[in-house]
Design a protein around this ligand. Structure first.
Ligand code: 5GP
Length: 197
């Protein structure tokens, strides 16, 4: 079962991609904890577990997070137990996290698949962020600066998807996941079983 990390700048459309992917039976989505304020469109326990800074710190102290980071002034982290259980239950886990988190996951799990979603142009990214209307101009500008920094780290990722067409992007991710499952190092048990018969 795979740990699939999906990153990309705010406005790259990665959220929509992830929501489409979880319609497939093999995937489960990790729900992160965050200290960011809840947006009107969001629900606690569905989009995020919204925490106070003290609650978040407690999660860190109790070693409940697989990784965590600070992003644009807020904390975000991946609860460990759900990820472990999902893998044990035989599902692929999707982690929609930013680059620091992605790199921390890769360090812990070398076989994690890192996918970076980019918009067709930077202008499109800006337009999407403005149209989304969930952040102030100040936050949008901060996120756009951050987006350029994230883009520079593209080589750390295994795959880059240009999100020009949603269906195409979904198809490409499913192809990646299916192909990755066929990699020889993931077929060790199948071969060993055959040799031992
Ligand atoms: P947003 O505030 O737009 O929901 O998320 C901001 C950024 O934080 C996005 O790039 C998102 O992927 C990332 N993020 C969400 N949850 C986590 C997490 O648990 N860990 C890390 N490292 N990043 C996260």
């Amino acid at each position: 079962m795979l740990r699939v990390v999906i990153s990309g700048p705010s406005g790259s459309g990665k959220g929509t991609i992830v929501q489409e992917l979880i319609k497939y039976k093999n995937y489960k989505l990790s729900i992160s904890a965050t200290t960011r304020a809840k947006r009107k469109t969001e629900e606690d326990g569905v989009h995020y577990f919204f925490k106070t800074i003290d609650e978040f710190k407690q999660m860190i102290e109790q070693d409940e997070l697989l990784e965590y980071t600070e992003f644009c002034g807020n904390f975000y982290g991946t609860p460990k137990s759900f990820v472990d259980k999902t893998i044990q239950d035989g599902f692929d886990i999707l982690l929609e996290i930013e680059v620091n988190g992605a790199l921390n996951i890769k360090e812990k799990y070398h076989d994690a698949i890192l996918i970076f979603i980019i918009p067709p142009t930077f202008t499109k990214l800006k337009d999407r962020l403005i149209q989304r209307n969930t952040e102030t101009t100040e936050v949008i500008n901060y996120r756009l600066t951050r987006a350029k920094e994230e883009l520079k780290l593209f080589k750390e990722y295994d795959y880059i998807i240009v999100n020009d067409d949603l269906d195409q992007a979904i198809k490409q991710i499913n192809t990646i996941v299916e192909s990755e499952k066929l990699r020889s190092f993931r077929q060790k048990e199948v071969i060993e079983k055959m040799l031992n018969n």
